[in-house]
Design a protein around this ligand. Structure first.
Ligand code: ATP
Ligand code: MG
Length: 564
């Protein structure tokens, strides 16, 4: 896949699977699945699950199914289905054109429910949701049996058929498993298997059904019907495993997959709950699901993250059973390392200050060559036009500074990257005393070689004023200013933790001319500034818009900005 991604990691789930294979379980097959609910876009937490499930399948020459867990039609839609397909594919995984939908099993799920009713293991219950909750008991107290629990098989079959035929309103009746109201595990206290939902058009089955199976019932049945061997899910389902097993033990299931739980990803400075991400989108806090500040796969892609860097991140965080908060720096380092190795270098000036080279011919210009990458000759060279007027960054000039300041000062010399050594001769100011231009001279003998015995302060980047392309830069940063972005103070909301500086827009930038041809899937290092990509939604605008992917160094850790 990529040189970053070395050997596939070993972890407790792989070890369990290896033992199962050695014990001859499931005929030596390994078959996993990734089961997103299409009620939002995928995020970096889902990537962990995707990389795990598809990775295991690959490591054991097995298969991994992409299955839409679409039993909740009022929250789901086709936009989400399409985005999930796109994101899984972009991450580099292939479900071999075998997409699965839990809704494909609505008939079988129904028939298994009838089996359960006939075996006296499921019943139709008329308790409304409030009373159902009261009957359910608490962690300390056992539940009470529903007065409808002892209905006859015939009555249950009749009522379930009438639920399906649409005779009852939403919430009027549910189908429940008949397990154990005194179980210490709340999930086994006669959980709901089916509920009624009228008036929704399901994105796959239309109006064919008005009863919908619950997740805890659908999931084991779907796994079994697909011949899944290992059903990997996050830790919150640990307490649901006895129900998973109960269902498969009590229907004529073709097989009995093994559920194994691992801890979900929590990442600093962001939220990974679909409910909260939906809220950010719906309240217009961000531009949408693919806003480059979002931890969604679509957002990270538009931000400029590569699929390889996300897979590498998932490899580094590993698979365990212990919950924790992963540092944002881990993710950022993955993309930094990836781009440091592969991103071509370019020059861009974000806060332009004009510099006039007085001893350079008025209308002269020349084409200089520069390496695309300082450490990788195979990436070749590029041409950069140079002329009498160039822009440099305002931060690269001070009228006076001490020796620690490795940039241009009045009377001092610096090298313009890939070009000549220049000297600042004079400063031009406007009436307000602001610097508007630097008058400089250049030394024609310094192209590409260090002047003998001459000490220049440093190397700064520049863009030709005549040839440069004008455009916009969006400096993205972390979405929240607290590492524990979910934490709320008394009476507050998690949105109180949003970072107001997560997006800063600079509209007066200059790019070296080659960047006019940049594509939306090409990341660049803008020398000394960070890594950037052409914005995918703004592509085609006359003035290009570049998004900052990540800074060159971790700017959230304290760094020495250089004195002066
Ligand atoms: P919801 O609250 O809507 O159920 P979800 O995050 O569980 O949200 P699903 O679409 O059900 O979303 O998730 C699909 C799969 O991705 C599940 O197997 C789930 O365990 C896994 N997953 C979701 N979030 C994370 C996470 N943060 N870390 C690891 N795996 C995750
Ligand atoms: Mg879920």
């Amino acid at each position: 896949m990529n040189d970053m991604e070395k050997s596939a990691p070993s972890h407790f789930i792989r070890q369990i699977i290896e033992q199962d294979l050695q014990a001859g379980k499931s005929g030596g097959r390994v078959h996993t699945r990734f089961p997103p609910e299409p009620n939002g876009y995928l995020h970096i937490g889902h990537a962990k699950s995707i990389v795990l499930n598809f990775g295991i399948a690959k490591a054991f020459q097995g298969q991994c199914n992409l299955r839409f867990d679409d039993t909740n039609p009022h929250k789901e839609n086709i936009e989400f289905v399409d985005s999930i397909r796109q994101d899984v594919r972009w991450l580099g995984y292939d479900w071999q054109d075998r997409p699965y939908y839990a809704s494909d099993y609505f008939q079988q799920l129904h028939d298994f429910a009838v089996e359960l009713i006939k075996a006296g293991k499921a019943y139709v219950c008329d308790l409304d949701s409030e009373r159902m909750r009261a009957y359910r008991g608490t962690l300390k107290e056992p539940g009470r049996e529903s007065p409808y629990r002892s209905r006859s098989v015939e009555e249950n079959l009749d009522l379930f058929a009438r639920m399906k035929a649409g005779e009852f309103a939403d919430g009027e009746r549910v189908l429940r498993a008949r397990i154990d109201m005194a179980s210490p595990n709340m999930n086994l206290r006669d959980p709901t298997l089916y509920r009624i939902r009228h008036g929704v058009i399901h994105h796959q089955t239309g109006e064919a059904w008005c009863i919908y199976p619950m997740y805890d019932y659908t999931h084991p049945v779907s796994d079994a019907l697909e011949g899944i061997t290992h059903s990997l899910c996050t830790l919150e389902f640990e307490d649901h495993r006895p129900l998973y097993d109960w269902i498969l033990d009590n229907i004529s299931s073709p097989c009995h997959p093994r559920q194994i739980e691992f801890s979900r990803l929590n990442l600093e400075y962001t939220v990974l709950s679909k409910r909260k991400l939906t809220q950010l989108v719906e309240e217009g806090v961000v531009e949408g699901w693919s806003d480059p500040r979002m931890p969604t796969i679509a957002g990270l892609r538009r931000r400029g993250y590569t699929a390889a860097s996300i897979r590498e991140f998932c490899r580094r965080i590993g698979i365990t059973k212990s919950d924790g908060l992963v540092e944002m720096g881990v993710l950022e380092n993955c993309i930094r390392e990836n781009l440091d190795a592969h991103a071509p270098r370019r020059m861009a000036v974000m806060h332009p200050l004009k510099l006039v080279i007085e001893n350079y011919p008025e209308d002269g210009s020349e084409s200089l060559t520069a390496p695309n990458h300082p450490k990788d000759e195979s990436m070749g060279q590029r041409r950069i036009p140079f002329c009498r007027e160039v822009y440099i960054d305002r931060a690269d000039f001070r009228e006076q500074a001490n020796k620690k300041y490795k940039r241009l000062i009045t009377g001092g010399e610096v090298r313009l990257r890939n070009a000549y050594v220049i000297k600042c001769e004079a400063v031009v100011k406007n009436n307000q005393g602001e610097i508007i231009e630097l008058r400089c001279s250049y030394d024609p003998d310094t192209l590409g070689k260090n002047p003998q015995g001459r000490k220049v302060r440093g190397v700064i980047h520049w863009v030709s004023a005549r040839h440069g392309v004008k455009g916009e830069v969006r400096l993205y940063d972390r979405l929240f200013s607290r590492a524990d972005a979910d934490r709320v103070e008394e009476g507050g909301r998690f949105t109180d933790n949003l970072n107001p500086d997560a997006l800063r827009t600079l509209t007066d930038c200059y790019f070296e001319p080659m960047l006019a041809e940049a594509g939306t899937d090409e990341q660049y290092q803008f020398e000394r500034e960070g890594y950037f990509i052409l914005d995918g939604l703004e592509a085609g605008r006359e003035r290009p818009v570049f998004n900052r992917i990540v800074t060159l160094r971790d700017s959230w850790a304290k760094i020495d900005q250089g004195g002066g």
